[in-house]
Write a protein that binds this ligand. Structure first.
Ligand code: AVJ
Ligand code: FE
Length: 436
């Protein structure tokens, strides 16, 4: 087995679990009890479901599977199994009330930290390098992002605040970057807390292409709207056209036209849509239609990852666009430090060697690709994390958003959703094949 620094693993696991729990606590204490048990959208669970589900997954994987303990409350497992009850039905389940859910999650956490103290982090694939602890910290952070989406959907006054990202001068660099053709290493076999769908590392041939230097901005997207993009069938796939017509979709979610300008509701506050911010809350069909209108296309998942990880000087794949260092605030807008994406052109310290910016953080980026396994994929530790979602129903998103914690964000990290979804923190950038 490779050499493992046990104390460093323990420290990282403890810090990651603690950061996640602090965020969970914020998201479930900034509103009153009725807002925790209410259903704010049929797309979402009540916040109190996420809270107890977080505790239940931690109990299942850390206490029972790694620790070999008996179930604390076997009767609640079914309530918090995401595959047993669709989100829309969850408010009608006999869920633990907020105070009980909090107590349950806290009790599980106390025992999990005891287990962490005595873990040696080797022996099985689940314990190796603290994987199970990392997986559970990522799981909690993923549900924290889900809860933040619920907060965005919630009607009512502002409950969350955060400083705006630093303003930056308008981005004046090149609009696109040429990524040279040739093979690169996609995925990972070495990142200790990478999830099953990111594995294994494998060679991918990618032809030369150009990719937008920054995500597509609200100003650029407004030009598409103003040009009649939503009324012109030419730009849409048949499925996308049928969807926007049936649901009368004419702008990104949360946008509204008033007095000659676009307004947007964001976490309980209405504001004018900022022109230089990456567009947010668009579905895959909208991203795909915009790209076609612009004479371009969405990048494939392999193109996106090559833009984010390929180091052309050393001819290897790095963990992040800026290299192998863990994300720091100067690299990317991650971790809910802000409640919005940063203006296009921000974070020069986070750019790739070829100069592509904001690949990590700000907005999840839709890619052209279906969610499929890499060659050599094996489900681990459970088929319901990734495997059951593989196929042509889901599109891959990359790079993470302002609502993603660094522990759940890597150059290899893969997210996926239905092409109609836009309550998620989704934007995109476009690409085009290089002339041959
Ligand atoms: C990877 C974000 C699609 O939230 O449905 C949470 C993550 N899996 N609990 C989701 C997940 C199980 C998942 N996504
Ligand atoms: Fe979950």
């Amino acid at each position: 087995a490779p050499e493992i620094d046990v104390e460093a693993v323990r420290e990282r696991a403890l810090a990651s679990l603690t950061t996640a729990r602090d965020r969970t606590t914020l998201l479930t204490s900034c509103v009153e009890e009725p807002d925790l048990t209410a259903q704010h959208s049929p797309l979402m669970s009540p916040l109190v479901w996420d809270l107890a589900h977080i505790g239940n997954q931690e109990e299942l994987w850390l206490l029972r599977t790694v620790g070999g303990r008996e179930a604390m409350r076997p009767e609640i497992d079914n309530l918090y199994d995401a595959f047993e009850h669709p989100r829309a039905e969850r408010p009608r389940l006999p869920l633990l009330p907020p105070e009980e859910a909090r107590r349950y999650a806290a009790e599980v956490r106390g025992r999990a930290l005891d287990l962490l103290e005595s873990s040696a982090f080797h022996g099985t694939r689940l314990t190796e390098a603290g994987f199970a602890f990392g997986m559970i910290a990522q799981h909690e952070q993923q549900h924290d992002e889900t809860m933040l989406i619920t907060h965005q959907l919630r009607k009512g006054p502002q409950a969350l605040t955060a400083p705006a990202p630093d303003p930056v001068p308008p981005f004046t660099g090149p609009a696109e970057v040429l990524v040279p053709g040739g093979p690169f290493t996609m995925g990972t076999s070495t990142e200790p807390w990478a999830l099953d769908n990111e594995r294994p590392a494998h060679r991918r041939e990618v032809a030369a292409f150009h990719i937008d230097t920054t995500p597509v901005t609200n100003a650029a997207y407004q030009a598409f709207i103003e040009d009649g993009g939503y009324d012109d069938r030419r730009w849409w796939t048949p499925e996308g056209w049928a969807h926007i017509r049936q649901h009368s979709i004419t702008a990104p979610l949360f946008w509204r036209r008033e007095g000659g300008q676009w307004l947007r509701r964001r976490f309980g506050v209405t504001e004018v849509v900022p022109p230089d911010e990456p567009v947010l809350h668009v579905c895959w069909y909208e991203a795909d239609a915009y790209a076609r209108w612009a004479g371009r296309r969405l990048p494939t998942e392999a193109e996106w990852e090559k833009a984010a990880r390929h180091d052309p000087v050393h001819n290897r794949s790095t963990r992040y666009p800026w290299g192998d260092a863990d994300p720091a605030p100067e690299h990317a807008n991650l971790g809910q430090r802000h409640l919005r994406p940063a203006p296009a052109g921000s974070y020069p310290a986070g750019e790739s060697p070829l100069g592509v910016r904001q690949l990590i953080g700000d907005v999840w980026e839709w890619t052209a690709s279906d969610f499929l396994p890499y060659p050599g994929f094996t489900a681990f530790p459970y088929k319901e994390y990734s495997e059951v979602f593989f196929g042509s129903e889901y599109k891959v998103l990359r790079g993470g958003s302002f609502a993603v914690d660094p522990v759940a964000c890597r150059g290899t990290f893969r997210n996926w959703d239905y092409p109609i979804r836009r309550q998620i923190f989704s934007g995109f950038r476009t690409a085009r094949s290089a002339d041959v």
